[in-house]
Design a protein around this ligand. Structure first.
Ligand SMILES: Cc1cc2nc3c(=O)[nH]c(=O)nc-3n(C[C@H](O)[C@H](O)[C@H](O)COP(=O)(O)OP(=O)(O)OC[C@H]3O[C@@H](n4cnc5c(N)ncnc54)[C@H](O)[C@@H]3O)c2cc1C
Length: 421
């Protein structure tokens, strides 16, 4: 075990050593075991949230007999498909505490996992294009500041100073100001999945890829395990973190979740020299852009207008987004786009997530992150692990329960989340 841990530690020495052997002898980052007959906890879904849940269950709650079951390869869902925007400037106290818990964990995650998350706090800007945007954003900034968050209002001249290439006045919706969070930014999406996977594996967690969970087996109101493409696996507890497919799995256990699954698309351009050193989002015209370390523009669109499970999305959505980008940044008019893709996001009616137990004993759900759960990865995993281990929510996720859809205590974050990430 110790040898395994030492081998997987990254340092200047391991880099040099492997450089001399043509990088052919790197230690495998995690094992690929066959599933055991039974586990204390089965986590369904090997995205960042699921792998992080397994990591915190093992590290903070001493539960080691855990399997993460993933139908494809880890990170192949929305974790590996998103535009990586990280921020915490949400309106309500409950959301601000949850998302900022996450930003604080991001700030130390590379050190904690000894794996470079490439977390770059280059700031996130939300543009205001009309009176309504200005009022909503200023209200949110006040709420954020009361919660100790670093959000500020920028006038158009401040925006121009930060992003000189932006066209602010000669367009359909002029840029009238922006909400700006300096601690926001971007990170490497795969890294969070791989980092959590490595460290969870070291602590004895089984990461089982290419194994689809077909259904959740229950008896007398209690979970018994999962039926998978590799047979039945029993478990005392099952934690479902399957993003767009969560409602499908919940149904097999007789649980109805208030989720809609829709495609959300993104695209990247050919690489260019650095031109934009912050993240700029516009809800009104559905266009988000940041520049990756390789130089590609990373562009996010809105969701399709219908439910679907195809990881593709409609062409009209991309067309609208590109049109808005070119209007805001005429300099990008002649650029070529390299790749486009979609992911299936699970959207709650109040645009807030569900991190909750349910009426079936031993069954837990972490879902409903919609278009904006990447930023929450470590925080969500951390409080979900607490919920699963103690059969009680952490105080940070107590309000994100399933009961809110029957008792009416919704956490309406449409202003902060909307189609934005
Ligand atoms: C295009 C796009 C852009 C986005 N941009 C942002 C952004 O900028 N900022 C932000 O905060 N968020 C963003 N998001 C949202 C974010 O990606 C997600 O909220 C987050 O990654 C969800 O992580 P997860 O681990 O819950 O889900 P996933 O990474 O999707 O992991 C769930 C896993 O479950 C697996 N699975 C599903 N069904 C089964 C089954 N039956 N058996 C076994 N395994 C199963 C899937 O294969 C998948 O790997 C974006 C999403 C998309 C699609």
């Amino acid at each position: 075990m110790l040898v395994w841990a030492v081998k997987k530690k990254y340092s200047i020495f391991t880099l040099l050593k492997n450089a001399f052997s043509n990088n052919e002898n790197w230690q495998k980052m995690w094992k690929s075991p066959e599933p055991k007959k039974s586990y204390d906890v089965i986590v369904v879904g090997g995205g960042g949230h699921g792998l992080g849940t397994a990591y915190y269950l093992a590290k903070e709650h001493g539960i080691k007999n855990i399997a993460v079951i993933e139908k494809g390869w880890i990170g192949s869902g929305n974790t590996g498909r998103n535009t990586t925007i990280i921020r915490s400037n949400y309106l309500w106290n409950e959301s601000a505490f949850l998302y900022d818990h996450s930003v604080k964990l991001w700030e130390n995650l590379s050190q904690e996992l000894n794996y470079n998350m490439m977390f770059s706090q280059r700031g996130v800007m939300n543009l205001a294009h009309n009176e309504h945007d200005i009022k909503e954003m200023k209200r949110r900034i006040s709420a954020n500041r009361l919660n100790g968050l670093d959000t500020q209002w920028l006038e158009t001249k401040d925006i121009k100073r930060l992003v000189p290439i932006m066209n602010t006045d000669n367009l359909r919706y002029p840029v009238l100001g922006a909400a700006f969070q300096r601690r926001g930014g971007v990170a490497r999406h795969d890294a969070v999945a791989w980092g959590f996977a490595m460290r969870a594996d070291e602590m004895g967690v089984d990461i089982i890829q290419n194994c689809e969970v077909h259904s959740i087996k229950t008896k007398n109101g209690k979970v018994e395990g999962v039926k998978t493409s590799k047979g039945f696996i029993s478990a005392k507890k099952v934690a479902v973190v399957a993003s767009g497919h969560t409602s499908v799995l919940a149904k097999t256990a007789g649980v109805r979740l208030p989720l809609q699954s829709r495609p959300l698309q993104a695209l990247v351009s050919e690489p260019i020299k650095p031109v934009i050193n912050t993240v700029v989002m516009s809800n009104a015209v559905h266009a988000y852009v940041s520049q990756s370390d390789k130089g590609e523009l990373v562009i996010g669109a809105g969701t399709d207008g219908y439910n679907s499970f195809t990881q593709r999305g409609g062409y009209d959505v991309i067309e609208e987004t590109v049109r808005a980008i070119v209007e805001l940044y005429p300099i990008f008019g002649k650029m070529k786009m390299l790749r486009q893709w979609g992911g299936i996001v699970d959207i709650c009616p109040d645009a807030s997530p569900i991190i909750s137990k349910c009426e079936v004993k031993g069954l837990y759900f972490n879902c409903g992150w919609g278009t904006g759960g990447f930023k929450a990865t470590p925080g969500s995993a951390n409080v979900f692990a607490h919920t699963v281990a103690n059969d009680e929510p952490h105080k940070i996720n107590a309000a994100f329960n399933l009961e809110r859809f029957s008792d009416g205590r919704l956490i309406d974050e449409h202003g902060a989340a909307a189609v934005a990430h």
